[in-house]
Write a protein that binds this ligand. Structure first.
Ligand SMILES: [Zn+2]
Length: 347
């Protein structure tokens, strides 16, 4: 295939074992006779993208969102690259040289690939978020136990944290993803254990995480047909408000809030989950000093990932969480640390 004078052997690029490619870009684990990894087409917290390498297909498919595709499709989606950049990266990484173009040879039996039709991007009207902004939710109740209520209110105002009632529960915490231009890309809601006596205090209830964008489309509150962006960091809209601040980048929005309350001299942002450490997501950080603070189970993965993005910002990876983690706690993050300190002094 020829693109702007460059020739790519897409057949060979798509024949690079998809598991190897996924292992390089993400974490992969075995599931039966195949492997699975996090799906880059949707917010995937539990790997649901199956990699079919042992059939003659060499493709991926997600059983949660129904998307998938070839090796090139996967790289494009995972890294947020266009077709040409994905081909370039695959060529360079797997030593598949671009060959000089001679003449297009149409092999019999090969069909042209399916036309990719991008659905239009859809945003959530800001007023719908404004109506939700509140400290009356499960997470703010936890934060109020640990930090000064006025500080919690300030953080809620800045990050536009909301409360939502859903099914039998009026206690959901809403985290908006607002981009650098102030557009609301999506709203995630989560339920936290807000009983201060519970060992799971301020931790997320299992399975209680929903995206309001899709839900509001189903309920008819938003028009159908569009796709919500998943490449926006939590707190991204604050970058222009604090142009001089050093940034600390963590995985979960909850950790960003804990960080912002305990260490307000830095601007705390979150990728959303550990698989969101991608160029397209991190692009708004251009030119900033950024401390990247992965949870304790993702330090090596993030260090490797960030090493490919040194051109974007001045990144420093901190292994603070893994140094502080007790042995028995494989999932340990900055919020766990701050809770453990129990904040004898209120900030
Ligand atoms: Zn998916």
């Amino acid at each position: 295939m020829i693109l702007h004078g460059e020739h790519f052997d897409t057949g060979r690029l798509n024949a690079v074992p998809i598991t190897r490619v996924a292992q390089r870009l993400d974490s992969v684990r075995r599931a039966g006779s195949n492997y699975v990894t996090a799906c880059p087409w949707h917010e995937d917290e539990h790997p649901s993208l199956t990699l079919y390498e042992h059939t003659d297909e060499n493709r991926c498919h997600c059983f949660a969102c129904g998307k998938g595709g070839s090796v090139i499709d996967y790289v494009m989606q995972h890294e947020g690259w266009n077709f040409k950049d994905a081909c370039r990266w695959l060529s360079a990484t797997y030593g598949i040289c671009t060959t000089p173009f001679t003449a297009p040879i149409r092999q019999s039996g090969t069909k042209p690939g399916p036309k990719r039709e991008e659905p239009p991007v859809q945003y959530i009207p800001s007023r719908m978020l404004d109506e939700l902004v509140s400290t009356e939710n499960s997470l703010c109740r936890c934060l109020m136990h640990m930090f000064h209520p006025e500080a919690v209110k300030w953080v809620v105002e800045q990050y536009r944290i909301g409360a939502y009632s859903f099914r039998d529960c009026d206690d959901y915490t809403v985290f908006p993803n607002i981009d650098a231009k102030g557009r609301v890309c999506n709203l995630k809601m989560q339920l936290y254990d807000s009983d201060p006596q519970s060992p799971r205090f301020a931790h997320c209830e299992k399975g209680c995480c929903y995206w309001l964008g899709k839900m509001w489309v189903r309920e008819g509150r938003l028009p159908p047909g569009g796709e919500f962006r998943s490449d926006c960091m939590f707190g991204e809209h604050l970058l222009s408000r604090f142009p001089e601040s050093n940034v600390v980048l963590v995985e979960s929005p909850k950790n960003a809030l804990f960080g912002a309350l305990a260490f307000p001299q830095s601007l705390w942002l979150a990728t959303g989950n550990k698989n969101q450490l991608k160029r397209s997501v991190l692009a708004p950080l251009r030119g900033r000093n950024v401390i990247v603070m992965p949870d304790c189970d993702a330090v090596d993965e993030w260090r490797e990932g960030i090493s490919r993005m040194a051109d974007i910002a001045n990144f420093t990876v901190s292994d603070f969480c893994s140094r502080m983690a007790p042995d028995a706690q494989p999932k340990y993050d900055i919020a766990d640390y701050l809770q453990q300190q129990r904040m004898s002094v209120r900030f």
